[in-house]
Design a protein around this ligand. Sequence first.
Ligand code: FUB
Length: 369
Amino acid sequence: MPFKFISTKISLPIFIVFLFVSCTNNTGTQLQEKNNLNPDFKNSALVSEIYTADPSAHIFENRIYIYASHDIDSGGIEDDSGNHFNMIDYHVLSMNLDGSDVTIHPVALSVDDVAWAESKFWAPDAAFKNGKYYLYFPAKDKDNIFKLGVAVSDKPEGPFTPQPEPMKGSYSIDPAVFVDDDGSAYLYFGGIWGGQLQRWENGFYDKNGSLKDLGVPDAASIMPRMAKLTDDMLEFSEEVQTIDIIDEDGNPILTKDLERRFFEAPWIHKHKGVYYMSYSTGDTHLIAYATSDNPYGPFVYQGTMHEPVQGWTNHHSTLKIANQWYFFYHDTELSGKTHLRNVKFTTFDHKSDGSIDPVKTYFGSDFRF
Ligand code: FUB
């Protein structure tokens, strides 16, 4: 269909150049198509009654709680800014520590309940402190700018009562809370392209800024953000910081390094005193990871943690239950559609040298880590 339109409007030489570029400049799509050809899923969807994605898993009250996006078919046209991910509420999932008794809880928070939010309830996370549960969520405000909100409940499954305003100094998407051993809580966040992080590089929202990255392939890539939270968990207690992801020589990962550069979905876990930041590489569809001895980084790139999934987005969390680490993720097994995803989980391990044994979620996958 698009080709028919183009062929009637554009001369043949231009059309041939267009076809060449389309066919050669498309690594991510090629990876994705390869997986879609013969997906042989190792794990099943946790629930099939609703579509769920972007799982952030925690243990609260001796049960696993999963804070996930609730995917719906809103009719939004698929584009590079994620227009088709037009979610309007959250449902919390929970299950026993052995994976039994999976429950889909009633609506925990709806966009209609949040005065400042207009649309796009994307990936959330949650934390527990001071006897309360805190749900962190991104949403677009009335000016179409992503901000982060926080909502509070007495129960892990909600319902949550939102703060009247977004968190001061917050922007972009994909909030992930990490509570350190000393009780300090940090919020990590950010995502490029539709997540708008590239428009904040100068400290303010540039509405005419790039739709993707900063367009300088040899420059340092756009990095995730973080800040310590106040004791009441409702605001940042300090200026938002940039978290550097560097290679083993101390150089920043570059914009052109598509299989290592940060795209979205930062997540922190701590193993044997080391901070692991895992994140999605977006258009190359990987979960990569980097390590540090400090929650503020810099984080040194270590490798790929998870192969591409069926679907475009790859978004995950990690959780330790007793002595076993678990990896929560999503793919599109139930729908076959990019924007209607389903949450799954599996186990993973750290090797004795601290590296992560790559998570493989497809039988017979020939993805090379
Ligand atoms: O679910 C909407 C967006 O898709 C998330 O915020 C991203 O991380 C990607 O998974």
